[in-house]
Design a protein around this ligand. Structure first.
Ligand code: NAD
Length: 261
């Protein structure tokens, strides 16, 4: 438990399922008040809110598209109108689709960049303005990916968006560090969530992925949420502008595992 989080307010984008949902649940366990954003999965968001309320949590579900300024405004407004403040903004919403780059349409490129990168910019901008106007040492957490570092053929738009998040994260961390505002990224490896459920249902695909993970298992959303809770808390008070890899060692060049090469 991180007792300093008690009573603080968090917005989690894309919080109805997957990693965002695990983060919302974990922050609620830490006694934070949570705004759970959803885009399409109203049921998942509302069910989560009900479950959290049953055990004494304070939570609200809010529909919004993070790639639009109106959507972001709705989320900030919900934090203020329901809970009176904002302390933490988690840019978690993300999407991907597999396609060879020579066949990638501008429409698909734009969709992924708009959610994964522009959404991070818009969410961070709204949070920064709130923190600055209220002289608040706020906190921003961005869900990046191991693909901010590892190139991923047939996911060029996704990799470009996460590479963009890396430098955006570092830039705004530097820009606002003197205000006591902290900004960090979490880079998950392969985590068991709806974004890749289909892939991991296929045993062959799953085995292929496992060969890339030194710890030899697909990560759980709760393991990413634990990193988010730590970054949100004062236990990480001197940490800003970094990317915390939560990847079972995926970024450690596993092909060198046996000392060959
Ligand atoms: P997910 O598909 O389970 O959840 C993503 C969420 O984002 C969904 O709730 C979806 O509705 C929401 N979303 C999509 N577009 C949106 C929009 N325009 N506005 C608001 N919400 C929107 O995926 P996940 O695995 O939980 O991924 C969460 C984050 O972690 C993403 O940024 C993803 O890129 C990143 N990530 C995931 C993995 C993994 O293996 N699961 C690995 C690396 C990085």
């Amino acid at each position: 438990m991180y007792t300093d989080l008690k009573g603080k307010v968090a917005v989690i984008t894309g919080g109805s399922k997957g990693i965002g949902n695990a983060i919302a649940r974990r922050l609620s366990e830490e006694k934070m008040k949570v705004v759970i954003n959803y885009h399409s999965d109203k049921e998942g968001a509302e069910e989560t809110v009900e479950e959290l309320k049953k055990v004494g949590g304070e939570a609200v579900a809010v529909e919004a598209d993070v790639s639009s300024e109106e959507g972001i405004k709705a989320l900030l407004d919900a934090a203020i109108s329901n809970f009176g403040d904002l302390d933490l903004w988690v840019n978690n919403a993300g999407m991907e689709n597999k396609v060879s780059t020579h066949e990638l349409t501008l429409e698909d490129w734009d969709k992924v960049i708009n959610v994964n990168l522009t959404g991070v910019f818009l969410g961070s901008k709204a949070a920064l303005n709130h923190f600055l106007e209220n002289d608040k040492k706020g906190n921003i957490i961005n869900l990046s990916s191991v693909h901010e570092r590892i190139p991923w053929p047939t996911f060029a738009h996704y990799s470009a968006s996460k590479g963009g998040v890396k430098l955006f994260n570092e830039t705004i961390a530097l820009e606002y560090a003197h205000k006591g505002i902290r900004v960090n990224s979490i880079a998950p490896g392969a985590i068991n969530t709806p974004i890749n459920a289909e892939k991991f249902e296929n045993e062959e695909e799953k085995e292929k992925t496992l060969t890339m993970i030194p710890m030899n298992y697909i990560g759980k959303p709760e393991e990413v949420a634990a990193a988010a809770a730590w970054l949100a808390s004062n236990e990480s008070s001197y940490v800003t502008g970094t990317t915390l890899f939560v990847d079972g060692g995926m970024t450690l060049y596993p092909s060198f595992e046996k000392g060959e090469g």
